[in-house]
Design a protein around this ligand. Sequence first.
Ligand code: AP5
Length: 213
Amino acid sequence: MKLVLLGPPGAGKGTQAEQLAAAFQVPRIATGDMLREEVRRGTALGGQASAYMRRGDLVPDDLIVAMVERRLSRGDARQGWVLDGFPRTPKQARALDQVASLDAVLYLEVPEDVVVERLAGRRSCPECQAVYHVSYRPPREEGRCDRCGAALVQREDDREEVVRERVRTYRDRTRPLVAHYASSSLLERVDGTGSVEEVSRRLREALRARRLS
Ligand code: AP5
């Protein structure tokens, strides 16, 4: 199973990708998480990426493509994967087309006001990357990760002015991929509003309609 989740920041890509990856027993490959881990470890790649991420811009294509190609060549990716946050530009999409044959691109459609509200309430675990929302998906104990007990944080790029910039970047540079994948019939438009469970159900239905589950 080779799936791509596409959609604006805060559309729920990470939330849904985690469930799909578990259901299909394939890894979820999230470029945002990978980059944040590089920044946390203080690697050269992290150093190059952090300024772009802090201002809501995209990290340059050559860095991202090399990082994803390395990840896709690992043994656990042989049976498939769910890509979350990649590709994000036409150049990244072309690079992916050259190394993989996709089963579907799931496009989560969510209006901008919903996205901003979701990101304002998001809390993330810096240790295991679990994601919560103060109202829609609260942890059992306030401020603590259910999985590993670490203190939850608000992502630096979830401040409102950076969110607005990420949404603009998405509109200008990533949304054109919708047409790219629609033209190859890989695109499934899925309504990303409503509860996490409702969106999961719509995604499963879309995959069933393609005989992928
Ligand atoms: P990245 O981490 O990929 O950020 P993003 O795409 O902006 O996506 P998010 O993680 O913000 O949102 P999401 O859609 O995963 O939503 P989530 O499930 O968390 O990238 C960060 C940065 O890294 C980029 O800005 C860029 O600089 C760089 N980067 C990454 N990939 C790159 C690439 N390929 N090329 C270049 N640069 C790259 O949900 C959001 C919140 O809503 C959560 O709180 C969640 O609990 C809640 N929620 C989810 N679903 C629902 C629902 N149905 N109802 C209510 N609440 C919900």
